[in-house]
Design a protein around this ligand. Structure first.
Ligand code: NI
Length: 137
């Protein structure tokens, strides 16, 4: 009996999307406002879904409060109120698109979830109210 549990957390971060091999015009054409030279921020919303079989002792597949603490310790501490291009180790040298960000977050968090006997099933990252990405590992 596989059950899925989702925890939602938030962070605010700055970034810039640009290809250093392109002209400013090309960057603006492709990345729009996200190419703004002097950075800009997003209010990100991260949905982390784990899957497992409910424990006979607790009825939980993963303690939802502990999952929140884990996400905060492993992810939010690294990205909240930071510059994703400059401050975040797991994004070094990458385009800070929502796509790359969600893969980076997954890779950071996965070993910690597995160490607690659960499995990551899905992540969803809202970059704006209109745009989100999903990743299944
Ligand atoms: Ni942006």
């Amino acid at each position: 009996m596989m059950v899925y549990l989702t925890r939602v957390e938030h962070f605010n971060a700055a970034h810039k999307l640009y290809n250093e091999h392109w002209t400013e015009e090309q960057n603006k054409e492709v990345f729009g406002k996200c190419a703004n030279t002097n950075w800009h921020g997003h209010n990100y919303e991260l949905h982390v879904t784990v899957k497992g079989v409910p424990s006979v002792d607790t009825g939980f597949i993963f303690n939802a409060k502990e999952l929140g603490v884990l996400i905060k310790e492993i992810i939010i501490e690294q990205v909240d109120h930071r510059n994703l291009n400059m401050d975040v180790a797991f994004m070094k040298g990458k385009f800070t698109s929502a796509e790359n960000l969600i893969v980076g977050i997954w890779n950071e968090l996965q070993p910690h979830v597995e160490a607690r006997g659960a499995q990551l099933h899905k992540m969803k990252l809202n970059e704006t109210p209109n745009i989100y990405v999903e990743y299944y590992g």
